[in-house]
Design a protein around this ligand. Structure first.
Ligand code: NI
Length: 525
């Protein structure tokens, strides 16, 4: 009894919350249900439980989304959602980009590339055949926490055939400030998981800065709190401060913090077995025999987190067109196609720009110099909305029938008119009628961009035929030729775009398609 009371008194001194009990402590009747007060360290770290291997597995299921919360986050962050379905390489991948978040997007791209290349060294983007069943792009909520077998068999995430590679993603709002991205790549061959890797990126949702992990000071602070809890669990009543972690243990602690699981209002950190400290030795523990999991309130964890100093700070613009242009084009991963429009601008170009804006698609316009001067506002708008321009000469003559100097002037004078209006360099041209030779290209000093899908829209084949040809013919890397001076070509744009999107195509400018390797004659006829 005396001992109990003494114990009670000693323990309550360290907790403010117990102040009233302390005041009345001496007069209290013995309480059989009494147990020592839980120690609260300044860091508010709490021991959750001793974890077994199974617990560790399920602790990955921490921040589980519903598809609704995922979509809400996707909308809030204006995620550009992506999907790869590649039967040839036997790969299915789901991911997304965040407009303007360059460092995050580059990290996602790098993970995809390093994951896909060992799986398929000759990987080439592949478009789905016309009429194929397509799935919504982006993540399946919770899929990064599924077991490997489910990831490769669930119809939403499975690769095209057994034994293929599945890449899944998820994004979770941890707090109003912090969001976590997860990507996971899984391959199961003959019933055995041959690949299972993942990355997590925690970032500030407002600044898009990646949270660069926990500081060394945080690791020490966590160490002191954790060791204090462990010694108390073992019966120690010591109030002596815990000494700093030795270098060997500090590394373990740092890694445990880096692997922390984020929950709605706290993070959990799991220390492996083998934790040793003089304070534990004092109560007879040479080293912990089981892993231990600790809960840290988010407020504390946030204070411990460092912002990566090297991170790009560019944030997304509100303009959706700009947003589209603030994400990477990865034509080595996704099937890309370039829509090109010749002979304008003209009276229908504004209507086309409306459709392109609605669909968030960027194209390349090969424009005629004097028409650029006639429709400067159309060109300025197209420029502001991220479309690209190439010279289609001044007078639309067959360049191969002109003296070399005149051919050169036709292209470069057109180029200059565009540049004066847009302030952006013109990097290529399209020879009228596709009539070109190496001599002219060399003289002009710009790449000549031809095409490999000719819609023959100038023959006026009718809208249905135009849509069918433009949607069914392209393959990854195609350049499609239209003319925005024909009303049908402009009218079918929404259907052409949605048809190509269903086949999995990403729309890029010619420069993006060629990754700025602009030289010679592209798609010589
Ligand atoms: Ni033309």
């Amino acid at each position: 009894m005396r001992i109990h009371k003494l114990l009670h008194k000693t323990l309550t001194i360290v907790t403010v919350a117990s102040a009233t009990i302390l005041l009345n402590g001496c007069e209290l009747a013995p309480d059989n249900a009494w147990s020592p007060q839980k120690f609260h360290s300044s860091a508010a770290v709490q021991l959750l439980k001793n974890t077994t291997a199974d617990d560790n597995k399920s602790s990955k299921n921490a921040a589980v989304n519903t598809q609704e919360t995922y979509q809400a986050t996707a909308q809030k962050l204006q995620l550009q959602q992506r999907i790869i379905t590649n039967p040839k390489a036997n790969i299915a991948a789901r991911f997304f980009y965040i407009p303007g978040a360059h460092t995050i997007n580059d990290t996602i791209t790098a993970y995809l590339r390093t994951t896909i290349s060992p799986h398929s060294s000759s990987y080439k983007p592949q478009a789905l055949p016309h009429g194929a069943t397509t799935q919504q792009p982006g993540c399946i909520a919770g899929s990064t926490d599924w077991d490997a077998h489910t990831i490769v068999t669930d119809p939403r995430t499975a690769p095209p055939a057994a034994g293929g590679l599945a890449i899944v993603c998820d994004i979770t709002e941890l707090t109003p400030e912090h969001t976590k991205i997860q990507l996971r790549a899984v391959q199961v061959r003959s019933g055995t998981t041959s690949t299972d890797t993942h990355i997590s990126i925690v970032f500030n949702s407002q600044t898009h800065t990646i949270v660069g992990g926990f500081s060394a000071a945080a690791a020490q602070e966590f160490w002191r709190a954790a060791i204090d809890i462990l010694r108390r669990e073992a019966g120690s009543l010591s109030l002596a401060p815990v000494t700093d972690a030795p270098a060997s243990q500090l590394q373990t602690v740092q890694k445990a913090l880096d692997d922390a699981e984020f929950h709605s209002d706290h993070i959990t950190v799991r220390l492996p077995a083998g934790i040793a400290a003089p304070e534990l030795a004092a109560v007879g523990i040479t080293a912990t025999t089981d892993p231990t999991t600790f809960a840290i309130p988010y407020q504390t964890a946030q204070r411990w987190m460092e912002t990566a100093p090297h991170t790009a700070q560019e944030s997304a613009k509100n303009n959706t067109i700009s947003a589209k242009h603030n994400v990477p084009t990865v034509c080595d991963l996704l099937p890309c196609v370039a829509l090109t429009y010749d002979d304008g601008p003209g009276g229908y170009t504004t209507q086309l720009l409306d459709s392109l804006a609605e669909a968030q698609v960027s194209t390349t316009f090969f424009v005629i110099g004097p028409l650029v001067q006639q429709y400067p506002d159309v060109i300025k708008r197209a420029n502001a909305e991220g479309h690209e321009f190439g010279s289609h000469t001044l007078h639309h003559h067959d360049l191969t029938e002109l003296p070399l100097a005149e051919a050169k002037h036709e292209v470069l004078a057109g180029k200059q008119i565009i540049e004066e209006l847009t302030g952006k360099p013109v990097k290529h041209f399209r020879p009228p009628y596709g009539a070109i030779n190496e001599t002219i290209v060399k003289e002009v000093g710009l790449a000549a961009i031809l095409w490999n899908v000719d819609t023959n829209d100038w023959r006026k084949p009718g809208k249905e035929a135009l849509i069918k040809h433009a949607v069914e013919t392209p393959r990854a890397g195609s350049i499609i030729l239209f003319h925005d001076i024909h009303p049908d070509s402009v009218a079918v744009a929404p259907d052409v775009i949605s048809g190509l999107k269903k086949r999995g195509f990403q729309f890029v400018t010619v420069s993006e398609l060629l990754d700025n390797n602009l030289q010679g004659i592209i798609y010589d006829r």
